[in-house]
Ligand binder design. Structure first.
Ligand code: HEM
Length: 330
C-alpha cells in the first residue's frame, strides 16, 4: 500500500518554488523530537518522557467475528491473544498526581501464539495536542527555558499558541472533563486514524477506542481534593482482586468531510461503529517495574491488517519512540 513519504522530494520542492508556493516545513527528525523533549524535561535517562508514571498489568484479547471480518491482522483472528499492559498517567513526572486533569494511558502489547506482535498506546482523551509533528516539536521548543532567564518565555509561548490554536484543543477538552475515577472506568482512544484491510479485501479508515465495560466513572470535585494523589494503583489492585477488568475495542469510521490526518479533531459521535474485540485485564503488578517497562507502546505499520493512514503525526511517532526507548534503557 502507498505510504506518504516523510519529506518532500526534490522535484516537488522545485515545483513548489516555481509555483511560488510556500515550502512545506521539513518534518522533524526523531532525534530533534527527543531533543525537544529533553530541552524541556532534561535528559531522557531512565524513564519515559511521556507517561512516566505507570503500572504493569496483563491479560488477553479476543477479536469478535466482526473484528475478524474487518481486519486480516493476526491479532484479529478470533483466537485468544496474550497482552502485556501498562496503565499510565500523562505528563513528564514519575510522581504525577493521579487526580490531575491530564490524560491516563493504556499501553497494550498483543502477542499471538505464533509470535505476531502489535503494540498500541492509547489515551483517555479523543484528541491529541498537536495537528502535525512540526507544530508538536515547536510546541516543545517554545516551552524550553530561555537561556537569558532560565525560565520559559511566557510572551513567546502566548504568541505561539495564538498562531497555533489547535494546540489548545486537548487542554480545553481535559479542562471540561473530570479525571477518571479509575484506570478501569475511562475510554482510551487510539486518536490517530489507521487503515484496516478486511477479509473482503476492502480497506477502511478507522480510529479505535477501548470502552470500559464497567461504565465511565469520573472523580467528583470533592474526590479531586480528598483522594490520595497516588490512588490509582491501589484502586485497580483492589478492583482486579474482585475480578477481571474489561474493555470493548470499538472502531469508529469517518463520515463525509471527516479528516483522517488531523488528530486534534474528533469525528462526530454519530459515525458508524463496530465492536471488534474484548480486552480483559486479569492481573496488575504488586509494585513498580515489570515486563511493560522495556516496551515502547508504538503501533507500527502492519500492512495489510492495520496500516498507517496519511496522518503525519502518526508517521512521526514511530522512530522517536524507539530513540526514547534506547535513551532510557541504555
Ligand atoms: C508527534 C507525535 C508524538 C510523539 C513525538 C510522541 C512521543 C512519545 C514518546 C517519545 C513516548 C515515550 C516512549 C518510550 O520511551 O517508550 C511516548 C509515550 C506515549 N505516547 Fe506519544 N507521541 C506522539 C503522539 C501521541 C499520540 C497521538 C498519542 C495518543 C494515543 C500518544 C500517546 C502516548 C502514550 C499513552 C504514551 C505512554 C505509553 C506507555 O505507557 O508507555 N502519543 N510518546
Amino acid at each position: 500500500m502507498h505510504r506518504r513519504p516523510l519529506t518532500l522530494g526534490l522535484a516537488a520542492a522545485t515545483l513548489a518554488a516555481l509555483l511560488a508556493v510556500p515550502p512545506v516545513a521539513a518534518q522533524p527528525t526523531p532525534e530533534e523530537i527527543i531533543n525537544g523533549f529533553e530541552g524541556v524535561l532534561g535528559p531522557v535517562r531512565s524513564y519515559r518522557p511521556s507517561h512516566p508514571k505507570g503500572l504493569c498489568a496483563a491479560g488477553h484479547f479476543t477479536a469478535t467475528p466482526e473484528g475478524s471480518r474487518l481486519s486480516v491482522a493476526p491479532v484479529f483472528s478470533g483466537q485468544r491473544v496474550n497482552t502485556i499492559i501498562r496503565f499510565g498517567v500523562a505528563g513528564a513526572n514519575p510522581q504525577a498526581d493521579d487526580r490531575a486533569r491530564s490524560t491516563r494511558g493504556l499501553g497494550i502489547r498483543f502477542e499471538t501464539a505464533a509470535g505476531d506482535v502489535l503494540d498500541m498506546a492509547n489515551i483517555s482523551a479523543p484528541i491529541f495536542g498537536a495537528p502535525n509533528p512540526t507544530v508538536f516539536l515547536e510546541n516543545l521548543r517554545v516551552r524550553a527555558p530561555d537561556p537569558a532567564t532560565g525560565r520559559p518565555n511566557a510572551e513567546r509561548i502566548a504568541a505561539f499558541v495564538a498562531a497555533n490554536p489547535a494546540v489548545t484543543r486537548q487542554g480545553a477538552w481535559l479542562g471540561a472533563t473530570l479525571p477518571p475515577a479509575s484506570w478501569a472506568t475511562t475510554p482510551y482512544w487510539g486518536v490517530n486514524a489507521f487503515r484496516f484491510q478486511g477479509q473482503d479485501g476492502q480497506v477502511r479508515h478507522a480510529r479505535w477506542v477501548f470502552e470500559p465495560r464497567a461504565g465511565v466513572q469520573r472523580l467528583t470535585a470533592e474526590q479531586m481534593q480528598s483522594l490520595p494523589r497516588d490512588f490509582l494503583a491501589d484502586e485497580i489492585r483492589a478492583r482486579i482482586a474482585q475480578g477481571p477488568v474489561e474493555f470493548d475495542m470499538v472502531l469508529q469510521f469517518p463520515g463525509p468531510g471527516d479528516d483522517v490526518t488531523n488528530p486534534t479533531v474528533a469525528w462526530p459521535d454519530d459515525r458508524p461503529r463496530a465492536v471488534v474485540g474484548r480486552l480483559t485485564v486479569t492481573s496488575v503488578a504488586a509494585g513498580p517495574g515489570g515486563p511493560c517497562d522495556p516496551i515502547s507502546f508504538m503501533t507500527l505499520d502492519q500492512e495489510p491488517g492495520i496500516s498507517f493512514s496519511d496522518d503525519p503525526t502518526l508517521h512521526a511517532r514511530a522512530a522517536p519512540y524507539a530513540v526514547s526507548l534506547s535513551r532510557r534503557t541504555n
